[in-house]
Design a protein around this ligand. Sequence first.
Ligand code: F6P
Length: 342
Amino acid sequence: MRIGVLTSGGDCPGLNAVIRSVVHRAVVDHGDEVIGFHDGWRGLLECDYRKLDLDAVNGILARGGTILGSSRVQPAHLRDGVERARGHVADLGLDAIIPIGGEGTLKAANLLSQGGLPIVGVPKTIDNDIASTDVTFGFDTAVGVATEALDRLKTTAESHQRVMVVEVMGRHTGWIALHSGMAAGAHAIVVPERPFDIERLTEIVGERFSAGKRFAIVVVAEGAKPALGSSMAVEAGGTDMYGHERFAGIGNRLAVELEDRLGKEARPVILGHVQRGGTPTAYDRVLATRFGWHAVEAAHRGEFGMLTALRGTDIVMVPLADAVQTLKTVPAERYDEAETVL
Ligand code: F6P
């Protein structure tokens, strides 16, 4: 069998572990040939690739990022994208393509699959918002980074009697905010799923100081917004070159707002891409490795148009078409468990 693999969209700790696993299972166990496309879909659309053998994946299990490179280029952005991809798959004699990616990548994978290409998808995102899988690799690493930052920020906040407003990633969902906030014992967690009430948030933080506490930690997901009709105005940030929403800097805005309303010093901390960089946790390496292994097996069974997914402790295959329907948002009851405010 000849398999093409690519990593597309925002990078994520564990991508290299999937690539390594695909190569090990395919080349060593099945005697397949594997090629890796450079920079996601761009590599497939421009026929830019290299052969992946055991030497090529040696030592990459614990490495962050992706040895193949990534980009946000999508086949649907080009008029002849699907046709071009189909042509290259035929020219290269590929029997299967394994795209590893998040929401946008899986939508593109579904489009190509419906266009007749032999696709087995692997979900990835630090945001953990792919509906068909219980967890995506990268999430555990990101939560670990954010939690460590929150723990560290507590001591400096306490020394200066400050409010720390820590902005974490989470374009549409608040999983990283929820988990890191719970793990670090944050005093307020603000997520996109529940537009926040600035008056109530101010009250909660203010009550802490009135009770004699010396600091407060607020975790806010980058995609969080104030409730409609709120007295806190946030200007929209517009969209980037791929049509993605640019964030207005909710962490900065909230810190200013809380400082002015409370008369307490507040500092914003934007964790940004540090949450995506560096070595994956053991959990993410294992999950990524299992996804890679199962993707190769699915390809050998001819199960195309499918996606690897974690359900409980098992890896199962789910239809790509189902996986791209909705995002997995934080349910209200999970928020209640955090014993804090949304
Ligand atoms: O989708 C994962 C994610 O990390 C989001 O949380 C974040 O908004 C986005 O990627 C940032 O992407 P970029 O690398 O394009 O800035």
